[in-house]
Design a protein around this ligand. Structure first.
Ligand code: FEO
Length: 161
């Protein structure tokens, strides 16, 4: 059970979805046949969708949570500033546009695997930090009623198509 009441817990719900997406790309990474051009491209297209969803998640957090917290506490740093989402999206687009032969696909796959693993190793602790460090700060700097409003907005924004 989450340590904070659900109606004011702004991270756990959206993170459930983000962790589900991580699980899905890890699974596809291990099963994709990178020699096959169709499989290769299909995996890269799904990665583009996934990382665009991560990007939207980050924007929602910046606008609805982190920005507000920074107004109340000057010690809150920009938690998404060294985020690798745009670099990862460029890598996927490069794969879709420039990689042609089976040999190139296999070389690219090695790089993709390394970069995805490195990203995952940062992203999971990042979410944990938000849940375990930023949520308690929110509880400290906002009233319960204010947090209920923030949670509602965060969930609505994540549901937008
Ligand atoms: Fe919830 Fe900043 O990822």
């Amino acid at each position: 059970m989450a340590p904070f009441p659900d109606e004011v817990d702004v991270f756990t719900g959206p993170h459930w979805r983000m962790k589900q997406l991580v699980g899905l790309y890890c699974d596809k990474l291990s099963k994709t046949n990178f020699s096959n051009n169709q499989d290769f491209r299909s995996f890269l297209r799904s990665l583009c969708d996934t990382f665009n969803e991560f990007k939207m998640h980050e924007q929602i957090e910046n606008e609805c949570i982190i920005g507000l917290l920074q107004q109340r506490s000057c010690t809150v740093y920009d938690v998404h500033s060294d985020n690798k989402l745009s670099e990862m999206l460029s890598l996927f687009e490069k794969g879709l546009c420039s990689v042609k032969s089976e040999h190139e696909q296999l070389n690219y796959a090695r790089q993709l695997k390394e970069r995805l693993e490195a990203f995952t190793q940062d992203f999971l602790p990042h979410m944990k930090e938000e849940e375990e460090v930023f949520q308690p700060m929110l509880m400290q700097y906002f009233s319960y009623e204010e947090l209920k409003g923030i949670k509602k907005q965060v969930m609505e924004e994540h549901r937008r198509p």
